[in-house]
Design a protein. Structure first.
Lengths: 615, 339
């Protein structure tokens, strides 16, 4: 059969299998292959908390969705064009994400009576039961074919079975006209040194999968997604949000000339930042895997006092544990970046799923009057700039800064045009300089009258000996429980944070700067809201979009922007936390809400519906 | 380099501990010890950082004219750790109480010891919560009657010595608050020790636990109920210097020289530098009525320190890596060009 190659603007592929089936790797290899082919893309790993959840169960299904396009890709896509289901449970959990025109590729060898039952099906006609019997089903005996492909290669049975994902990837590469070079080079890079005997078999099974897909009569068409013209020329790489945060912090360390110190405790989904920083000791970075979350932040505060760019990284539960120490950082007025990669809560919640539910905790979750700047990253690649800016603000304004990321951003990836560090600004902390006169003391809380920022004297600096701590002090750094002094210091600490508004970019409006409806978002919902608003505008609707990267303080023009719209719709992955904050900061406006708290990103479709209700 | 004196370490802040509090004496010993340490090691004053947690003793940094950090309850050890790792050139002293180090901050305390981070921890042990006005602490004796244990505690206390040595601490010393000379000696030894040094200071709380250590601290009984261990010296004690410690039947015994055939040469010689955790643990564990409480430097052994390890690894990787700046990093690994 002659396959017809159809040019298409974009496709969404969802790989799903048991958590040990290697679907995350398969998905990211497919994504990287597409990136190198010049596509824009967005990925969404969706996996369970268990490392190897019970075999064949729905709770153990691990998924990886990738959206590739020849135009700008803002999201990993709502629904998929191809679902790869390695077993009945994977089909059960993911069939609902199939477009009406989708193809479903299954490994028929795993659709045994036992596994079908284990996945909760009542009958053996699984497609009918799920209501997807009209999709294009590509039943393939992947396990058998993988065994056949690797017969006599010298690998044991267990290792052979692990190659099923490579066979599947080969098939997907055929369907979407992807070359195999990138995957082959990955295989060589991974195995050439330690297990050279694995290179040949892995490449063979990949090729066999590709050829098998080319030979069977079940695939009606193949597709081609041309390189994205929307991507600016330049050198690119794929980057996840967690990696981008680590690198953004390293960039801030370089631009400030201060060594980076990261005190952290492993926690999903933030751990990869600590892991990433642990690699780059060559850039002078010290990582301390602390005994707990509290030690993570407290060692960072100590390192900050000692003159490092100090960071602690965590997720919701760990963020809660750091609250008291955050207050200490506010009181001692030391620079510190606290990264919270938010996950579904409360408590342990759903650790591997995404949410935006820590915002109010970031803004208010401390004892006393305890203002802290809050910044949010809006895409995996944007995490680099967000981390850089968080560190810049912390160091130049002598304050802890909370950087909010999300599991969706941390694990998700996208192509990133590699910047040049020469294009980034220097970071200039307000170091205490000069020599003090005989008998003169350094006053740790004397402020710059314009920015309200105190100076930073680092231990080791002769003559600047002083004490900081959690107790209230006066400008000289002497303990004080004087009522008027406390009021002054409370006001000054608040003013210091508020005046950061003079140093951050203004809020931009995507679309007309006045009109019927302004859709408002913050953080990782950027791509979905942008897609929804673009869709609406293509249909001629009067909708604009403003996305907040800076939450505390708000951009100075926020009120001006809001005042030009009849309605404001605040969309976020919580029950309305940013909306509540806006109502408090800018009470003159009426806000409508669009919320979702399911541990999943918005669907563009859901946002379009919410917008349609408004106009 | 100007010679530093006691006065150089005294801040202009009024000391606000209760009159008669044991903390005064410990502060004085520290202010006397640091000039000697500075002399011996060539340290300038700006190199010292004094850290504390929360509690009466944690006010100590305000009274020292050095860089100081009065942190939050229990977390002094974590703050100290961060300071030392960030800049191993600094010399870090830490003041914390029995509640601060062993209750709320127990985790950080044992992990600093496990990592052997080069900080000097003065553990003020008065067996009571003083600043909150008299609740029992993790070192209060079983049955202690306090505000939160009006019928007596029903929990066993921690013995800081066993805890430190159990975590394979490299330095442990114990002393009484009032023994200025011994405290100076211990603090100097701690400063010279490269690694985590824990100095347990048995302090008195005149208000909420007066006589906290009176069974050994009273001048009348102290010579018979304590033994001061000194490197290379025999473990001899007693009002008449006629008692000593021997190791027999798998345990330490107190004997009288000249009785039952015991001669001076039978008495154990103290070796804090030997990696003999068993004997040092037994010495640290000694208590009455049969045995004297050991004071002085009980253990002082060399081992790799965490802060040196971190620093050396950074240097080593810097030398070997091909990535020397962020531009290198951004262009490392898999990249592609779009024209």
């Amino acid at each position: 059969m002659q396959h017809k190659v159809i040019d298409t603007k974009d496709v969404v592929i969802r790989f799903a299998g048991d958590s040990g089936d290697g679907m995350q790797l398969t998905g990211s290899l497919f994504a990287n292959t597409s990136a190198i082919a010049g596509n824009d893309l967005s990925t969404f790993p969706d996996y369970p908390a268990e490392i190897r959840a019970p075999h064949g169960t729905v709770s153990g299904v691990s998924g990886f969705q990738v959206h590739i396009g020849s135009t700008k890709v803002n999201t990993p896509g709502d629904y998929c064009d191809l679902l790869v289901a390695m077993n009945p449970a994977a089909l059960e959990a993911n069939a609902k994400w199939c477009k009406p025109t989708a193809m479903i590729l299954i490994d028929t060898d795993s659709f045994t009576d036992e596994l079908i039952k284990k996945a909760g099906f009542k009958t053996n006609n699984v497609f009918l039961e799920l209501g997807v019997e009209d999709r294009i089903i590509i039943p393939s005996p992947i396990t058998t074919l993988t065994k056949e492909s690797l017969k006599g290669c010298g690998m044991d049975q267990k290792s052979i079975l692990k190659c099923k994902n490579m066979f599947t990837l080969g098939m997907a590469c055929f369907i979407y006209s992807r070359p195999l070079e990138y995957v082959n080079s990955y295989i060589e890079g991974k195995f050439a040194k330690k297990h050279p005997e694995m290179v040949g078999p892995n490449e063979k099974v990949l090729k066999d999968g590709y050829n098998y897909a080319a030979n069977i009569q079940l695939i009606p068409n193949t597709y081609m997604v041309k390189p994205a013209k929307s991507l600016e020329p330049g050198l690119y790489r794929n980057i996840t949000g967690n990696q981008a945060i680590a690198w953004g912090l390293l960039a801030a360390s370089e631009k400030s000339g201060l060594p980076l110190f990261c005190g952290s405790y492993p926690i999903t989904p933030a751990t990869a930042i600590l892991e990433e920083l642990a690699i780059y000791k060559s850039l002078g970075c010290k990582t301390l895997q602390a005994e707990d979350e509290i030690a993570g932040i407290c060692t960072a505060i100590g390192a900050s006092f000692a003159g490092n760019l100090a960071v602690t990284t965590t997720s919701g539960p760990g963020f809660s544990l750091k609250s008291e120490a955050l207050g200490l950082a506010v009181m001692t007025e030391l620079p510190l970046v606290v990264v919270d990669v938010q996950r579904a809560g409360p408590s342990t919640g759903i650790p591997t799923k995404t949410e935006q539910t820590d915002l109010l905790q970031a803004l208010y979750g401390r004892n006393g009057e305890c203002p802290i700047p809050v910044i949010a990253a809006h895409s995996p690649a944007n995490c680099f700039n967000a981390a850089f800016n968080a560190a810049k603000i912390a160091l130049e304004h002598m304050t802890p800064v909370i950087l909010l990321s999300e599991g969706f951003l941390g694990n998700g990836s996208e192509p990133w045009r590699i910047p040049t560090m020469a294009d980034y600004p220097e970071i200039k902390p307000p170091f205490a300089r000069g020599v003090l006169k005989e008998g003169e003391r350094f006053h740790p809380f004397k402020r710059d009258p314009e920015t309200m920022v105190p100076q930073w004297a680092i231990p080791g600096q002769k003559g600047f000996e002083h004490r900081v701590g959690g107790l209230e002090k006066n400008h000289e750094g002497v303990l004080s429980s004087d009522p008027a002094n406390h009021q002054t210091m409370v006001n000054e600490r608040a003013a210091k944070v508020a005046r950061i508004a003079d140093f951050i970019p203004e809020l931009k409006v995507d679309g007309p700067d006045s009109g019927k409806l302004l859709v408002v978002g913050w953080g990782g919902t950027y791509g979905h809201i942008k897609s929804a608003v673009d869709e609406e505008r293509e249909e001629g609707k009067n909708v604009s979009f403003a996305h907040f990267d800076y939450i505390n303080p708000l951009p100075k023009n926020t009120k001006d922007v809001f005042s030009k719209f009849e309605k404001i719709l605040v969309c976020e992955l919580n029950s309305g936390q940013f909306c509540a904050y806006l109502r408090d900061c800018l009470p003159d406006f009426k806000y409508d809400k669009c919320n979702k708290v399911q541990g999943q990103p918005f669907l563009v479709k859901e946002l379009v519906e919410a917008i349609n209700k408004e106009i | 380099m100007a010679t530093l004196t006691f006065k150089d370490f005294k801040s202009d802040q009024e000391v606000r501990w209760c009159p008669g509090c044991g903390d005064h004496a410990v502060l004085a010993a520290l202010q006397r010890a640091l000039p000697k340490v500075s002399q011996a090691l060539g340290y300038e004053k700006e190199r010292y950082v004094v850290v504390s947690g929360i509690g009466c003793s944690s006010r100590l940094p305000y009274y020292m004219d050095t860089y100081g950090f009065h942190s939050i309850h229990g977390r002094a050890t974590a703050v100290s750790t961060g300071i030392k790792v960030a800049n191993p050139w600094l010399t870090v002293w830490q003041a914390c109480g029995d509640g601060d180090a062993l209750a709320i901050g127990g985790n950080h305390f044992v992990h600093a010891i496990r990592r052997n981070i080069d900080i000097n921890i003065i553990l003020f042990n008065n067996r009571i919560y003083g600043l909150t006005k008299g609740q029992y602490s993790p070192t209060s004796k079983f049955g202690a009657i306090t505000k939160t244990s009006p019928y007596g505690t029903v929990e066993h206390p921690f013995d800081p010595g066993s805890l430190v040595l159990g975590a394979k601490g490299t330095f442990f010393a114990r002393s009484l608050d009032v023994d200025l000379k011994l405290n100076e000696e211990i603090m100097t030894a701690a400063a010279l020790h490269d690694g985590c040094s824990v100095m347990e200071m048995l302090t008195n709380c005149v208000i909420f636990n007066d006589g906290a250590h009176k069974e050994i601290a009273d001048p009348a009984v102290r010579p018979d109920r304590t033994v001061v261990l000194r490197q290379g010296e025999r473990m001899i004690f007693g009002k008449n210097n006629d008692k000593g410690l021997v190791f027999e039947d798998n345990r330490i015994k107190a004997v009288t020289i000249g009785e039952n055939g015991y001669k001076e040469e039978d008495i154990l010689i103290h070796d804090a530098h030997a990696n003999n955790l068993g004997l040092q643990m037994a010495l640290a564990d000694m208590k009455g009525p049969d045995l004297p409480v050991a004071l002085g430097v009980i253990r002082d052994v060399k081992d790799i320190t965490y802060d040196d390890g971190v620093r050396d690894q950074v240097k080593d990787v810097m030398r070997k890596s091909k990535i020397h700046c962020v531009d290198d990093l951004l262009r490392s690994g898999s990249t592609w060009e779009i024209k």
